[in-house]
Design a protein around this ligand. Structure first.
Ligand SMILES: Nc1ncnc2c1ncn2[C@@H]1O[C@H](COP(=O)(O)OP(=O)(O)OP(=O)(O)O)[C@@H](O)[C@H]1O
Ligand SMILES: [Mg+2]
Length: 377
């Protein structure tokens, strides 16, 4: 039901929470944030802010008790508290059950294997020592990709191990998994939405260009430059994945298109996603509004794109830490089709996501040209 007084509780007050609050405000929906500090990006735009830790049972439970719908902008939240809230009759999307699988990359990969969702070959290890032993025994050969099972984001829990030297310098400690190196032709992300009536809409797949050093997305292009048949297959796969997880809300499905034309699911995020930011400026419905529609069981909006778009993450300068300032903003704003979004983080750090720019144009080539200019200014 469309009810502007419904209280929407969001765990996490970063940029995704902020943009969710902004979308909600357009409909006069009331948003409440739980996070460590009201100085975080969402603090400036939410209806109410509760200072607390979304990883703590008591904090999440106390926060959620006053809410009608509870959602997230980060996966690493206390799911026991979410389960208790669900049992107390609160609407919680995504479900704590799906969150438990997704926030552990090991369980996530096992879920794909059990449900015949194509993914790279993998094996779980107790710690880095047992992975090392498996390499010594020849059970695994280099190159391989090591991932920590929990708490990784923005490429921080991922090590690409190519040489024996990397085994000494790059190995990450703790419970982990080894993955076969996928022969990547392109990285795609497909955002899909589902409401409680089981309606599903799929945003057009985007192409992600990953920064080699930071292991972080640098440019994002929509539509992706892959054959129409691949786009259709990617959309169908994303739809199957959200139905298999039985999630209401958004699900971002990151995929690899391999050099031999296969689509493999890399990982998913059950929330608005970096790869969907362009939808604010280039789609019929933004991913943030779509998430609200989905979790409130409203009709889903059209996910059609109005114009080709290229998104550039504005990352903290390598080697610089301290108060944020935004060089080159004016030169970029003077260009038609340049849409600037700053998150309002007081401090910058190397490769920290400080904001993004979406460039729209009549053609993808024209948008890409302007995006390169933005990137270099
Ligand atoms: N099996 C693999 N084969 C080849 N490359 C991989 C593999 N797994 C991950 N990568 C590369 O590492 C990047 C980061 O991996 P992944 O998405 O799993 O980590 P993440 O830390 O969750 O990243 P993010 O938070 O940015 O989405 C991928 O986008 C891809 O470029
Ligand atoms: Mg990823």
């Amino acid at each position: 039901m469309f009810d502007t007084n419904k209280k929407i509780g969001i765990l996490g007050g970063g940029q995704l929470g902020k943009m969710l609050c902004l979308a909600a405000a357009n409909w006069d929906f009331k948003t409440y944030i739980l996070d460590a500090s009201p100085d975080y990006p969402a603090g400036a735009v939410c209806t109410g802010f509760t200072t607390g830790d979304f990883r703590h049972y008591d904090d999440v439970l106390a926060f959620g008790k006053d809410m009608d719908v509870i959602t997230i902008e980060i996966e690493h939240v206390n799911t026991d508290a979410l389960r208790a809230l669900e049992q107390a009759g609160k609407t919680v999307h995504p479900s704590p059950r799906a969150l438990d699988i997704i926030k552990d990359k090991g369980l996530q990969k096992e879920f794909y294997r059990e449900n015949d969702i194509p993914t790279t070959k993998f094996e779980l290890f107790e710690d880095e020592k047992s992975l090392l032993a498996a390499v010594k025994q020849g059970d695994w050969t280099l190159p391989l990709v090591q991932k920590t099972r929990t708490a990784g984001y923005d490429g921080r829990g991922v090590a690409v191990l190519r040489t024996p030297g990397d085994l000494q310098t790059k190995l990450l400690s703790g419970p982990c998994l080894a993955e076969e190196m996928a022969p990547i032709q392109a990285e795609l992300a497909v955002i899909v939405a589902r409401n409680a009536q089981d309606d599903v809409t799929v945003f057009p797949p985007v192409e992600m260009d990953v920064h080699p050093e930071a292991n972080l997305v640098e440019f994002l292009l929509c539509p992706a430059r892959v054959p129409a048949l691949v786009l259709a297959e990617a959309e169908a796969l994303a739809e199957r994945v959200i139905r298999t997880f039985d999630i209401c809300g958004l699900l971002a499905v990151e995929m690899f298109l391999t050099t031999d034309g296969r689509l493999l699911v890399n990982e998913v995020a059950p929330r608005p996603h970096n790869s969907g930011h362009h939808t604010i400026d280039s789609a019929q419905t933004s991913q943030f509004q779509q998430h609200l529609r989905a979790i409130c069981n409203l009709p889903l909006g059209s996910a059609a794109q109005k114009m080709p778009a290229v998104m550039v993450n504005l990352l903290g300068e390598p080697g610089h830490k301290g108060p944020a300032h935004y060089a080159g903003a004016e030169a970029c704003l003077a260009i038609e089709g340049v849409h600037l979004h700053l998150y309002g983080k007081a401090m910058t750090a190397p490769f920290r996501k400080m904001g993004h720019v979406t460039v729209t144009a009549e053609t993808l080539e024209a948008a890409l040209k302007k995006a390169h200019f933005v990137k270099n200014n």
